[in-house]
Design a protein around this ligand. Sequence first.
Ligand code: NAG
Ligand code: NAG
Ligand code: NAG
Length: 327
Amino acid sequence: MMALQSTLISCWLLLHINDAAGKSDIVRIGAIFDEPSLREEQVFRAAIEAINGNRKLLAHSRLSAIIETVKPGDSMAAYKKACAMLQTGVAAIFAGSTDGGSVQTACDHLEVPLLMARWQNRRPPFAINLHPPPSTLAAAYRSVLQALGWQDLVVVCDSSEGLLRVKELLKDDAFRVTLRDLPRGLDYRELLKAIKLSGIVHILLEVHRSKIHSLLKQAQQIGLMTAYHHYFITSLDLHTVDLEDFKYSGTNTTALRLINLSDGTLQQILRDWSADLDDSGNIFGGEIVSTELALVYDAVQLFARALSDLDKTRAIEVLPLNCSKEQ
Ligand SMILES: *[C@@H]1O[C@H](CO)[C@@H](O)[C@H](O)[C@H]1NC(C)=O
Ligand SMILES: *[C@@H]1O[C@H](CO)[C@@H](O)[C@H](O)[C@H]1NC(C)=O
Ligand SMILES: *[C@@H]1O[C@H](CO)[C@@H](O)[C@H](O)[C@H]1NC(C)=O
């Protein structure tokens, strides 16, 4: 998959680069994040530094980051900033903002590679999204539930986006699913009591990771965290949640994880980050990396590999593009 994506990016890049023989070039890569975006920005810069420090990867070029931020959901600003970036000549744009759609529009129009690293229901044509697609996740959920032998289950869901992630399970005849919305606010006890009364012991949580701890805590208070209960948590970030409180409850909890926390490269990166950044506000000190941050890093790596293939044969100069022009 990596190889295919990398080839795709190389092809797109070929559309926009000039042969600039003999020069050592700076290749700009843009990124648009939601404000505040301290972590994403730092990961993005760290990824670029790592590539520039690895002379095996890009022999003739160096990457340079152009980072812009927008208010969450401000698609007009995101579009304008994407166009301004394209005007200066960026080889690709990383859309880290919640409103990737407008950045996508600019990139699609000019056929510039767009990199993404967050869950997306529909995949646009000119984007490489490192987050697993909905169909892959759905298949993974199904095989987990089948391996666990679940038939009756309660699905607790906290967003319409989450509903899209579990909709395949809801349609699947292999499971009898009771769907429950997580109430807004911080008190989930009424819902948890109702689940307890229903007698269903298999509980799937499709909720934001920030809510998992308090949800499980309240489940424990209600008596829904016993050796008879089993939770499947769809968040790919359960490793960032402190589960210490539930260690002795006897409850089984199952989750999927995309990143390998024992991986040598990842551990080295985390060590470098905590050493680099501890003075400037302790951004990563002690913090466990989320899947999305890891994917930001990987997206830059992927892009660099694609660029590296071209870099072997030519020096690279990226042309400025104009959003207002008809292509
Ligand atoms: C929890 O997991 C253990 C070990 O896999 C298993 O023996 C036990 O039956 C499971 N309990 C439930 C309620 O699924
Ligand atoms: C995770 O990384 C460790 C260390 O490199 C390796 O031994 C292990 O096999 C990896 N796990 C998976 C599931 O790839
Ligand atoms: C972009 O294209 C439009 C329409 O052709 C033109 O009016 C505008 O001046 C161009 N902008 C730049 C910065 O070249």
